[in-house]
Design a protein around this ligand. Structure first.
Ligand SMILES: [Fe+2]
Ligand SMILES: [Fe+2]
Length: 147
C-alpha cells in the first residue's frame, strides 16, 4: 500500500474508519486482480472515500443510504444537512464526500488524475470520452460497486 501512497496520503488513509479502510483495500485488490498497476488509479482506489474521514456512520444510516440510493435518491439529497452534531450529517457526507475527499487528497499532494478520479467517483459515467481518466473512472466504479 505504501507503494501507492506518499507519507501524507498514507496518513490521510489512516484517518478513515476501519470499515472504510477495509472497503478501500477491497477496491484496490479488485483492480490489482484485473491487472491494473497504474499508481494514480490505485491511489484513487485507496483514497476514493477519504472524504468520509472523521465520521462514523451508524448501521441504520449505512442501511438507509444504500436503500435510498436505490429507491429515492432525491430524498437522500433532501436529508443532507451540514451540521456535524445533527444525525442528518451522515447524508450530507454521503453527498459531499467525493468533493471533500478530492480536496483533502489535493492538499496532501495527490496527482491531478487521482484527485479527479476521487472527485468523480460517485457520478455515473454516461458517455465515456475514451480518455484515460474516463477509462480509469469506469474500472474504479466497477470495483467500488457504483456501476
Ligand atoms: Fe464513495
Ligand atoms: Fe467506495
Amino acid at each position: 500500500m505504501g507503494r501507492y501512497l506518499s507519507p501524507p496520503l498514507q496518513r490521510l488513509f489512516d484517518r478513515l474508519a476501519v470499515a472504510d479502510q477495509r472497503h478501500s483495500l477491497d477496491v484496490l485488490y479488485a483492480l490489482q486482480e484485473k491487472g491494473y498497476k497504474d499508481r494514480d488509479l490505485l491511489a484513487a482506489a485507496l483514497l476514493h472515500d477519504v472524504g468520509k474521514t472523521g465520521t462514523t456512520l451508524h448501521l441504520w444510516q449505512r442501511v438507509a443510504i444504500v436503500l435510498l440510493q436505490a429507491t429515492w435518491p432525491a430524498l437522500l439529497d433532501e436529508l443532507a444537512w451540514g451540521d456535524p452534531a445533527n444525525w442528518r450529517y451522515a447524508f450530507y457526507i454521503q453527498r459531499e464526500h467525493p468533493e471533500i475527499g478530492a480536496r483533502l487528497a489535493q492538499e496532501n499532494g495527490a496527482s491531478p488524475l487521482t484527485v479527479e478520479l476521487i472527485r468523480r467517483h460517485q457520478v455515473p459515467l454516461r458517455q465515456p470520452s475514451g480518455s484515460l481518466e474516463d477509462k480509469f473512472l469506469r474500472v474504479l466504479q466497477e470495483a467500488d460497486g457504483v456501476g
